[in-house]
Design a protein around this ligand. Structure first.
Ligand code: 13P
Length: 249
C-alpha cells in the first residue's frame, strides 16, 4: 500500500513561551513561500492552540493538542477535553506520550479512553508507544509495543484517521537514536500488529518515528520502510531546524 504523504509533527511539550508564536510565524511563512508535499503539524501547549490555529489558518500547518481527558466536560480542574481542543482550533491530539504514561501514570486503558474521546470530538489521534531502555536491553521491545497497541487502540479507530508514533523512551531528548535496522524492525512489527488488530484498516495509518529526530538524521530515518513521518520534540522549537526536517521528508 502506498502512503506517500508523510506527517511531520512538532511536539513543543511545555515550551513556547515568549518565542513560540514568532517561530510558528516564521515556519508558516516559509511553507507559504516554498510549499512542502508533507503534512505539517504543530502541537503547542494548550494555551497557545487557539492563537496558533489563527496564525496557521489558510496555511498547510495543522495544530494539535498534547493530551486530553476522556470526559467531554465537567469538574476536572486543570484538565482539558478533546472538545475544548477542537473548539480552540486543534485538528489532532497526541495521546499516550511516554511523558504522560510515566509522569502521570497513564495506562493503556486510559489512553484507549482518550482515543475514543478524540474520535468523538473529531480530532485525529497520534497515539504514542515505545519501550524503555531496560525493556530493549531485555529483548522485549517488540513485545512491549505490541502490547501497547493492543491495549491503547480501540476498535473504533477502524476507518478513522489516526497515526501511531513509535517513540523509544530512551531516545527521547537524549540525542540517542535506534539504528535504522532497529527502526525498520519495530515499524514492521507495528504495521503487522495494526493489521492483526484492525484488519485491512490497519494498513492505512501512518507510523511516525519520534526520539531525537534532528536535521542531521531526519533524511535517513524518514527513508526507512514504514516510517510515515516524524514526531519531533526539541528540534521543532526552532523554525529553521523544524523546516530542515520537513524538507528532508
Ligand atoms: P525529542 O525530539 O526532543 O527527542 O522528543 C521526542 C518526543 O518526545 C516527541 O513527542
Amino acid at each position: 500500500m502506498k502512503r506517500s504523504v508523510k506527517l511531520i509533527a512538532g511536539n513543543w511539550k511545555m515550551n513556547g513561551q515568549a518565542d513560540g508564536l514568532a517561530q510558528a510565524r516564521r515556519l508558516i511563512e516559509a511553507l507559504v513561500s516554498e510549499p512542502t508535499s508533507s503534512r505539517v503539524a504543530v502541537m503547542p501547549p494548550a494555551t497557545l492552540v487557539s492563537r496558533l490555529a489563527e496564525l496557521a489558518s489558510g496555511s498547510v500547518v495543522e495544530v494539535g493538542g498534547q493530551d486530553c481527558r476522556a470526559e467531554a466536560a465537567g469538574a476536572f480542574t486543570g484538565d482539558i477535553s478533546a472538545e475544548l481542543l477542537a473548539e480552540a482550533g486543534a485538528a489532532l491530539v497526541i495521546l499516550g506520550h511516554s511523558e504522560r504514561r510515566q509522569g502521570h501514570g497513564e495506562t493503556d486503558a486510559d489512553v484507549s479512553a482518550k482515543v475514543e474521546a478524540a474520535l468523538r470530538a473529531g480530532l485525529e489521534p497520534v497515539i504514542c508507544i515505545g519501550e524503555t531502555l531496560q525493556e530493549r536491553e531485555a529483548g522485549r521491545a517488540i513485545e512491549v509495543v505490541r502490547s501497547q497497541i493492543s491495549g491503547s487502540l480501540p476498535m473504533s479507530l477502524n476507518g478513522r484517521a489516526f497515526a501511531v508514533a513509535y517513540e523509544p523512551v530512551w531516545a527521547i531528548g537524549t540525542g540517542l537514536t535506534p539504528t535504522l535496522e532497529q527502526i525498520a524492525e519495530v515499524h514492521a512489527a507495528v504495521r503487522a500488529a495494526l493489521v492483526e488488530q484492525l484488519g485491512e484498516g490497519g494498513q492505512a495509518p501512518l507510523i511516525l518515528y519520534g526520539g531525537s529526530v534532528k536535521p542531521s538524521n531526519a533524511a535517513e530515518i524518514l527513508a526507512v520502510e514504514e516510517v510515515g513521518g516524524a514526531l519531533v520534540g526539541g528540534a521543532s522549537l526552532k523554525a529553521d531546524d523544524f523546516l530542515a526536517i520537513i524538507r528532508a521528508a
